[in-house]
Design a binder for this molecule. Structure first.
Ligand SMILES: Cc1cc2nc3c(=O)[nH]c(=O)nc-3n(C[C@H](O)[C@H](O)[C@H](O)COP(=O)(O)OP(=O)(O)OC[C@H]3O[C@@H](n4cnc5c(N)ncnc54)[C@H](O)[C@@H]3O)c2cc1C
Length: 308
């Protein structure tokens, strides 16, 4: 099938883009970023926008830089940008590990970080990272700009706090101190598929070797990714290792309200939470050690590298 007819707009500045959105939003005007989610849905006529506001010519939206201790990721920054160093410290290593799980390279070369957040698929890796690190999203319209915390931005399956006339201008992630351990693990049936369950585990150690500032977040299981306080409490003050990781994974499994679909039962998804949480924490534990040859899972290697 071919898409339904639409009018195409190519603004050159953010002000032009938001002025256009204000005008065309009532006629189902949409932002076109990488097009990797929007264009297929248009081709199937699941979406029939009356107007497309193509932001790819807006140079200001290509910003990818550190400012005030945060990594600022503009709306036109592609997934593939994270295959190269983007900042110092563990955040860079973490993002460069996670990106390899998003689709396949041609899609990563075109799709954008912010497009994933605006699209808000429950299994999106970047939505999970934003939830785990309590990132911020900057939304701009002709009426002004607002900063939305990640926990308020994701509001359901493919539903966000963005208003129809708002452009997601950039996302911001906090830089992580050098001693932060970060791990990510996802399960999908084939390399490149959306995850059936994914987990992030992040923590630091105090001087006595006990876990402080734990973060555990789960994606692909509930309508939106979120931090799991029960799992974080199970980690706090514990020595990292199998006992603590299993307790946290158990807590995460018991805390989630897993979705069910034609392919995957809620029970199976809950079981996956147990596995992905423990493995994400094991990867966090190993993340500050030099990587050994052959370490890492096969799926990650298929996508272009070893595990962390
Ligand atoms: C085969 C395949 C496999 C995939 N696998 C994965 C995967 O494993 N993990 C994953 O996370 N994604 C996956 N994707 C989706 C891919 O990551 C997309 O790039 C991403 O979801 C959307 O980004 P985009 O820049 O292409 O957005 P677009 O397709 O251009 O837009 C998507 C939606 O977001 C809106 N939008 C985009 N940018 C903005 C903005 N700045 N402000 C306001 N609204 C905006 C658009 O209007 C549209 O409604 C896959 C896609 C394909 C085709």
């Amino acid at each position: 099938m071919k898409p339904a007819a639409f009018r195409y707009h190519a603004p050159k500045t953010i002000d032009e883009a938001v002025a256009l959105l204000a005008e065309v939003a009532p006629e189902d005007g949409r932002v076109l970023a990488g097009g990797q989610s929007l264009v297929p849905t248009m081709a199937f006529r699941l979406a029939k926008p009356g107007h497309l506001v193509d932001i790819n010519g807006v140079a200001a939206l290509k910003r990818l830089e550190v400012s005030d201790g945060k990594l600022c990721i503009g709306a036109c920054v592609r997934h593939a940008a994270f295959h190269k160093p983007v900042c110092d410290g563990p955040l860079d290593k973490f993002l460069s590990f996670v990106v390899r799980y998003i689709a396949h390279f041609p899609i990563r070369n075109r799709g954008t970080f912010c497009g994933s957040l605006a699209h808000c698929d429950p299994s999106s890796e970047w939505c999970l990272v934003m939830a785990a690190l309590d990132g911020e999203l900057v939304a701009q319209s002709a009426k002004g700009t607002r900063v939305i915390p990640a926990r308020e931005f994701f509001q359901g399956i493919m539903t966000t706090a963005l208003r129809e006339d708002e452009l997601l201008v950039e996302a911001r992630l906090p830089l992580l101190s050098d001693d932060t351990r970060c791990g990510f693990y996802e399960f999908s049936r084939r390399a490149g598929d959306f995850a059936m369950a994914a987990a992030v585990g992040i923590y630091r150690l105090d001087d006595g070797g006990k876990i402080i500032e734990p973060r555990v977040a789960i994606g692909g299981v509930e309508p939106n990714p979120r931090r799991i306080p029960e799992a974080e409490s199970a980690l706090a003050g514990e020595v990292p290792g199998d006992k603590a990781f299993r307790a946290a994974a158990d807590a995460a499994m018991n805390a989630v309200d897993a979705m069910e679909d034609a392919m995957t039962s809620a029970e199976f998804r809950r079981d996956l939470v147990l596995a992905v949480t423990r493995r994400a924490l094991e990867r966090a534990d190993a993340s500050l050690r030099p990587r050994e040859a052959g370490e890492g899972d096969r799926a990650a290697q298929q996508r272009g590298g070893g595990g962390a």
